[in-house]
Write a protein that binds this ligand. Structure first.
Ligand code: HEM
Ligand code: HEM
Ligand SMILES: [Fe+2]
Length: 489
């Protein structure tokens, strides 16, 4: 009876989206989050197309080839995650600094410049696709560097936008107050933006090219991005659980020291087979093997804070995704990375689906999760700070189902890809001695094909989870009568 009564009153009162409670930075963050979510769905869609082409090589042949789908899939991923990070920082910048954002107008212009540039780049990827092997293609079509394929004109635009963003952050903290989180974050942004420059050179020597390219790719995901999510996680644990600043900051310093300690020289695990000197085998093997340690620290940190605060929060979805982040980061990056990081093992696994297995779990587990947590923080405030804890209307089935489908889907894909990678390492490398024929023997083996079929099954599950997530973000809290303030008393 009582739940009936609640339900009927619920349908009467709706909470429209409203920007009233948002500060300037948060309004801008909503723009960034919206584009991020759209690009996330695009990422999934192009992943499905590329995955289908493993099973049906003729599918969309000469219309949207595998290389194009793959490029859109992984570049959309990098870009949506960067949008999410930038949005998250704009989200907490005013609260953390205690003043209004300096140069917010410029920040807004930068958002539109970036978004128009991204749209043009994607259209060129899809409609033009390839060009002649000249400088012109590098400037106008793409730079051919996996993950950061934007053409050079867009690269320059991206750097300009990042400078504006950096100015917003540094000038705001300077005007207001510098906290420990603010200091770490600002130094990290210098490193993050600076490293991007290393991926903009052009050289005809593929070894030299790869050498610098990894400075962006590895040093981003295993150093600067990890530190960035460390800051974001620290801030969200304070907001979601009311953890004391002193505690989160102490953890942050420890994590950052460990992360840079192992992650920088850990870079060597990409220098094993690209023509660099042999000492990289030892350096890369040793330091990258230490990389899981800070990730363990991050899990212990979040579980410790949650335990002390009895998991009490007004935003269950955001909190659940933060926990998913701590575990996803540890398993995807730490465990799945560790598995193939020693040169003795990497000799057999390098460039097989083993890498793709790790790549999927790591990017999703470490970075998709924490962005999604922030999307939920944002929609809560846009629904006038409604209650998003227990006993929500409809029992919050949408966010829970989206969470299960996305996590199960990605874990399922990860396992399927691992099986395919195992099979490749065994047949192509160990049995056939890395020969040309061995490559094809491995690719056409039934175990490989079965694994790829299972990847598609779990890929579709992931996609459904993504759509449900989008729907939930647009509707959650709409019919929730309680505000967070009242319900948590
Ligand atoms: C969140 C952090 C991480 C992300 C997002 C990530 C992602 C990736 C991706 C996408 C690749 C494939 C790159 C390519 O296209 O060639 C890769 C390769 C690799 N990752 Fe990670 N990774 C992370 C952390 C780690 C850690 C901590 C380790 C080691 C403990 C590790 C070990 C490796 C190794 C050894 C390779 C090379 C695979 C090969 O030889 O083909 N990764 N990573
Ligand atoms: C709809 C589900 C998805 C499908 C069907 C899918 C499919 C694919 C395919 C076919 C590739 C190319 C692999 C190759 O070159 O052999 C790929 C690469 C990649 N995908 Fe996905 N994907 C999906 C979702 C995701 C998600 C959710 C993430 C992370 C958030 C992700 C991250 C990546 C990364 C990092 C690579 C590059 C891996 C490497 O080079 O080793 N994908 N994906
Ligand atoms: Fe790496």
């Amino acid at each position: 009876m009582s739940s009936q009564a609640i339900n009927s009153s619920v349908t009467l009162a709706t909470r429209p989206f409203s920007m009233d409670k948002l500060n300037g930075g948060q309004k801008l963050a909503i723009h960034y989050f919206t584009v991020a979510m759209i690009l996330f769905i695009a990422q999934l869609l192009f992943g499905l197309l590329a995955g289908m082409q493993y099973l049906m090589p003729d599918f969309l042949y000469n219309t949207l080839d595998f290389n194009v789908n793959r490029m859109v899939h992984i570049n959309a991923m990098i870009v949506w995650m960067l949008y999410g990070f930038i949005g998250s920082i704009y989200w907490f910048l005013e609260d953390e600094s205690g003043v209004e954002i300096v140069g917010l107008k410029l920040g807004k212009i930068a958002f539109w410049v970036l978004t128009v540039a991204v749209t043009i780049v994607v259209l060129v990827y899809l409609l033009v696709q390839t060009g002649s092997g000249t400088e012109r293609s590098i400037w106008l079509i793409n730079e051919g560097r996996e993950y950061i394929e934007a053409p050079r004109w867009a690269d320059i635009g991206i750097v300009a936008v990042m400078l504006v963003f950096f100015y917003n952050v540094a000038a705001t903290f300077s005007k207001g107050k510098w906290s420990g989180i603010a200091g770490v974050l600002t130094l990290d942004l210098i490193a993050l933006a600076g490293l991007y420059i290393a991926g903009m050179f052009y050289t005809t020597n593929i070894s030299v090219d790869q050498y610098w390219w990894w400075w962006v790719i590895h040093l981003w995901v295993e150093a600067t991005w990890e530190v960035l999510v460390g800051c974001i996680m620290a801030w969200s644990l304070m907001t979601l659980l009311g953890v004391r600043r002193k505690i989160v900051q102490t953890w942050l310093y420890i994590e950052v020291a460990l992360m840079f300690g192992s992650g920088i020289l850990g870079l060597g695990h990409h220098y094993f087979w690209i023509g660099t000197p042999e000492y990289w085998l030892t350096i890369g093997g040793f330091f990258s093997a230490l990389e899981p340690i800070p990730l363990v620290a991050m899990v212990v940190h979040s579980i410790y804070d949650s335990g002390v605060h009895h998991f009490k929060t007004r935003n269950h979805p955001a909190f659940a995704w933060i926990i998913a982040h701590a575990f996803g980061n540890f398993f995807g990056a730490g465990v799945w990375g560790f598995m193939h990081t020693l040169p003795q093992i990497n000799l057999y696994t390098h460039g097989t689906q083993w890498s793709a297995s790790h790549g999927h779990l790591a990017f999703f587990g470490a970075y998709a999760t924490i962005n999604i947590a922030f999307f939920y923080l944002a929609v809560q405030k846009m629904r006038d700070d409604c209650w998003m804890g227990g006993n929500m209307p409809d029992n919050g089935w949408k966010w829970k189902a989206a969470m299960v489908l996305l996590n199960l889907g990605v874990v399922g894909m990860t396992v399927a890809l691992l099986i395919a990678g195992y099979e490749q390492s065994f047949i192509e490398r160990a049995v056939e001695g890395s020969s040309w024929g061995g490559y094809f023997a491995a690719q056409s083996h039934p175990w490989f094909i079965q694994a790829m079929t299972w990847r598609m099954v779990f890929g579709v599950m992931t996609f459904i989870g993504g759509i449900l997530l989008f729907w939930d973000l647009l509707t959650i809290g709409k019919t929730e009568p309680r505000t967070a303030e009242v319900a948590s008393q």
